[in-house]
Design a protein around this ligand. Structure first.
Ligand code: SF4
Length: 355
């Protein structure tokens, strides 16, 4: 069985010809898939029955996801879903909407997708990291998360404008399926999202960063640094290599040199762990002069017992970086009251199921 949502438009051209159909049927099929909401091959009303039969005979299906839980933040701007795939895999996906909602529509609607079930990187402050690793998601399962929200938004005359690979899992540890999903989601004959509207966030798979720089896709890259020295980083990201801090700074420079796109360093600020003035000075010293942008993320509380620094501390940390010549912003946290930190909702639901 092959899910038709993993097929790239170029492959669709070959497929229809192989099935004895004219090439224009590929465009009809793509329109039906990306502008409609088919749940089965038989729902593709725009294409003739002979072709639907041929697709089904060749083993093509539409693997549907089921929404099993939905939580919306009080302000209505953040929606978190728990989706179940046919093999009973459970994953989280989040919609974050920004900007003033005029006529109830938002100028920016960002979907945060998962690329793995669980995560092998084991970051100690992350609910997903504490689950362990279950499996890599397939490209079609990544695409399904975006389409699910796209269909919800369509009902409100809104659409997905941005995509961040910051949900469950490390996208560059599932490189091929992540890149295939991006090609499908950005292809003008498929979902058609702008490549520069996509950000991939990695905790530091260096071969993946170098490989991505060589791809013909213009996505933005964010590297989750979390510490300015290897000793502290290793405590937070136990799978990090011995020189991961220097290696990542070098990888970011190579990525910029090759692509012309600056890398953002993400930094989860954790109370009493990596938020002191001393650490801020060390970080400023590390990143000064290479045009780096740092995005501080005051962390969401997780089961690990870590907590978010006070607002005053966050601003002091930011000021030290700025005084040290490093461009720095603080991310607006969205949806913490609905367990929007990665992996939390799935953990909460699984615990409820187990009780
Ligand atoms: S923070 Fe990201 S990379 Fe680290 S364990 Fe969580 S999902 Fe994996």
């Amino acid at each position: 069985m092959i899910d038709i949502y993993r097929v790239l438009p170029e492959e669709m051209d070959d497929l229809v010809i192989k099935l004895g159909q004219p090439r224009y049927r590929a465009d009809q099929l793509l329109r039906a898939l990306y502008q409609g909401s088919p749940k089965n091959i038989s729902d593709l009303h725009q294409i003739p029955s002979s072709m639907k039969d041929a697709l089904a005979k060749a083993g093509y299906t539409i693997g549907s996801e089921t929404e099993i839980h939905r939580v919306v933040s009080e302000d209505g701007h953040t929606t978190k879903l728990l989706l179940k795939f046919d093999d009973k895999t459970l994953i989280e996906t989040v919609l974050m909407q920004y900007g003033p909602a005029q006529d109830k529509t938002h100028p920016r609607s960002t979907v945060c997708v998962s690329t793995q079930v669980g995560c092998p990187m084991g970051c100690v402050f992350c609910a997903t990291g504490q689950m362990g690793f279950e499996k890599n998601l397939k490209a079609e399962e990544i695409v399904a998360q975006v389409l699910h929200f796209a269909r919800l938004l369509r009902e409100r005359d809104e659409h997905v404008t941005n995509l961040v690979f910051m949900g469950m899992g490390e996208p560059l540890a599932n490189y091929d399926e992540t890149v295939r999903a991006i090609r499908i989601l950005t292809h003008p004959r498929a979902f058609g999202l702008g490549q520069r509207s996509i950000t991939i966030s990695t905790v530091g798979v260096i071969p993946g960063i170098d490989k991505l720089a060589d791809e013909d896709i213009q996505v933005k890259l964010a590297i989750s640094l979390h510490a300015p020295n290897n000793e502290l980083r290793k405590k937070l990201v136990p799978t990090a290599g011995p020189n991961s801090v220097e290696d990542l700074v070098m990888a970011a420079k190579r990525y910029f040199k090759k692509t012309g796109r600056r890398v953002t360093f993400e930094y989860a600020l954790i109370d009493g762990i990596n938020d002191s003035n001393k650490v801020a000075l060390e970080l400023a010293h590390l990143l000064k002069g290479n045009g780096a942008h740092v995005n501080l993320i005051p962390m969401n509380p997780t089961a690990g017992g870590f907590s978010r620094p006070a607002r005053k501390r966050v601003l002091a940390f930011q000021q030290i970086l700025r005084d040290g010549g490093v461009n720095c912003t603080v991310r607006v946290e969205k949806g913490s009251e609905i367990s929007a930190a990665c992996g939390q909702l799935r953990t909460d639901i699984m615990q409820n199921i187990a009780q």
